[in-house]
Design a binder for this molecule. Structure first.
Ligand code: FMN
Length: 163
């Protein structure tokens, strides 16, 4: 059976993390699914599901929020791993709690705080002004936590072996 890595990404970080996980689990039976695309995803063909999304203004994207709501019963029947991308390290626990429903967080066999990036070149004018003012950064910054991602890859790989 296949593994699905389902993500929502505004400026490409969650997408990069999803790709890193896909490369890391080294399993040809993996599908990377961007919720920004229009296709409807049939979860029945997957034995493991990885969900990843980024935090903007304290919230996850609408597509991931809707996807979790629409598929919660199926998600609770399958092994699930979760990751979030963010830059506010102090609030990561709270943001993770707000990102996914408690039932799903408790059900997940692995959760990952993947860190994030500020990519000024991908932001629109308003976003760039807000981020520069709040954080004081003058150029793009990457704080992706590859150690956490490697741990997630190990947990997923172990789960693939038993499923
Ligand atoms: C306009 C804007 C608002 C953001 N708000 C938050 C936030 O509330 N909390 C946080 O931890 N990170 C915040 N971030 C950082 C993003 O989570 C980070 O840039 C992440 O890497 C984006 O991932 P994506 O490109 O996959 O969407 C914000 C970034 C932008 C540009």
């Amino acid at each position: 059976m296949r593994t699905a890595i389902i993500y929502e990404s505004k400026h490409g970080t969650a997408e990069k993390v999803a790709q890193t996980i896909s490369d890391g689990i080294n399993n040809s039976l993996t599908d990377l699914i961007n919720l920004g695309g229009a296709r409807k995803t049939d979860l029945t063909q997957y034995s493991i599901i990885v969900l990843g999304t980024s935090i903007h203004a304290g919230k996850i994207g609408k597509a991931m929020s809707r996807f979790v709501k629409d598929n919660i019963i199926t998600l609770l029947e399958k092994p699930v791993a979760l990751f979030i991308c963010y830059m506010n390290d102090a609030d990561k626990d709270l943001q993770f709690s707000n990102a996914f429903p408690e039932l799903l967080r408790n059900h997940a066999f692995a959760s990952c705080y993947a860190g994030g990036e500020f990519k000024l070149e991908k932001m629109n004018f308003i976003e760039r002004i807000i981020i520069k003012r709040i954080t004081g950064i003058k150029s793009s910054v990457s704080n992706i936590n590859y150690e956490q991602i490697d741990q997630l890859i190990s947990r997923i790989s172990a789960n693939i072996l038993i499923n």
